[in-house]
Each structure stands twice: as C-alpha cells, then as structure tokens.
Design a binder for this molecule. Structure first.
Ligand SMILES: [Zn+2]
Length: 82
C-alpha cells in the first residue's frame, strides 16, 4: 500500500479510535482480528497479528500449542529429536 494522506481521527474518552475502513480493507484487517500495537520512536504502530511458527516464522500448516504455534515441519524435527 502506498502512503496516502493521513486521516485525522478523534480519540474518545476511553482511548479508542476508529481505524479508517479503507486502511483496514487495504491490509485485510477484519472484525475480531488480533492487532499488535507497539510504540516505535514517537509513533504508535498497529499491525495485523499473523499467526506464525515460533521457530521458523512460517505462516502455514500451524499447530497450536497453548497460545503459540509450531508448523508441522518444526514439530516433526522436534519429534525426531526425542
Ligand atoms: Zn516452523
């Protein structure tokens, strides 16, 4: 997504702000998605949280272990080590 003119939004009394629909659509962000909010330099950065393998960062063939994910390839490597 190329940079566009910034929208100005008002923060409500609870610290909430609406992310413009065109920006959510451009990044594939949908209702109930998890978003990662971080402070970088003097900016707040919001990114869609993409589940990925905690070992190799792959985003496919994931197996949930508690709140973390391990891909099938890494799970097999771990199983072979045992
Ligand atoms: Zn992996």
């Amino acid at each position: 997504m190329k940079s566009e003119a910034a929208d100005i939004r008002q923060l409500d009394s609870l610290g909430r702000v609406v992310i413009p629909k065109k920006m959510r659509t451009a990044l594939g962000i949908s209702e109930n998605d998890n978003l990662r909010i971080s402070l970088e330099a003097n900016a707040i950065v919001i990114k869609r949280e993409v589940p990925m393998c905690v070992i190799c960062k792959r985003e496919k063939e994931l197996n949930a272990i508690g709140t973390a994910y391990v891909c099938t390839g890494c799970a097999k490597q771990i199983a072979d080590m045992l």
